[in-house]
Design a protein around this ligand. Structure first.
Ligand code: HEM
Length: 189
């Protein structure tokens, strides 16, 4: 959620587009419900785009090779620990045009989803050990981000311009912002 808000603030056009999607569909005082998400494809695309650039588990969970295998000219011996770098895959220019930019529009076309069958986008992993909390996690994040975007105007601390918002990452088992995002909310609903 922190990364989603940071990206939306840093890229004001996307915040405007996300807000515009609410307009006309819901009255201003409407409190977003789970059933509203189907009417918010752009907002859901913003969540996907955030997970592409900032996957919370950048190396998934470690796996072990069950037997010797050969991948792209490399030999992976039986028993070797294998890490899948979904952070790098999500930013690979071979699969993503303008890969380092936050462009939710890319998810408005095509059918790339979280379910582990599109190998260029694996924030929840893939295969038999794919995140078992996926359906709940996706709904929760979408609902929370929708509520924060629709329910509040967000401003940055005085003297900080949106374009200067730093997006440095702290590497670890989970991918966090190096410096926490500081924003001031003003309720809209
Ligand atoms: C943004 C939210 C979340 C993300 C990005 C996420 C991501 C992941 C990833 C990448 C894995 C490893 C998959 C693999 O190695 O292929 C995983 C495993 C798992 N996740 Fe999540 N997760 C999230 C939320 C949740 C929630 C809310 C729950 C529980 C309600 C949950 C339960 C699990 C469990 C039980 C596993 C282990 C599955 C297994 O090894 O069989 N996750 N998750």
């Amino acid at each position: 959620m922190e990364w989603a808000l940071a990206e939306l603030l840093k890229n004001p056009d996307t915040m405007t587009a996300a807000r515009r999607e609410f307009d006309g569909k819901f009255p201003e005082c409407h409190v977003i419900k789970e059933s509203d998400l189907a009417d918010l494809p752009y907002l859901c695309a913003c969540v996907k785009e955030t997970l592409r650039l900032h996957p919370p588990a950048p190396l998934l969970l470690p796996r072990r090779a069950a037997k010797d295998c050969h991948v792209m000219g490399y030999t992976v011996p039986q028993g070797a620990h294998v890490f899948v770098n979904v952070w790098a895959i999500g930013r690979d220019p071979r699969y993503w045009e303008d890969a380092s930019s936050f462009k939710p529009e890319r998810f408005m076309v095509g059918d790339v989803d979280f379910k582990g069958s599109h190998f260029e986008f694996l924030p929840f992993g893939s295969g038999r050990r794919i995140c078992s909390g996926l359906p709940m996690a996706v709904r929760e994040i979408q609902l929370a981000v929708a509520t924060l975007v629709h329910g509040f105007d967000w401003s940055l601390p005085e003297g900080t311009a949106a374009g200067d918002l730093e997006m440095e990452e702290r590497y670890g088992v989970t991918l966090k912002k190096l410096n926490p995002l500081v924003l001031f909310p003003t309720p809209r609903v």
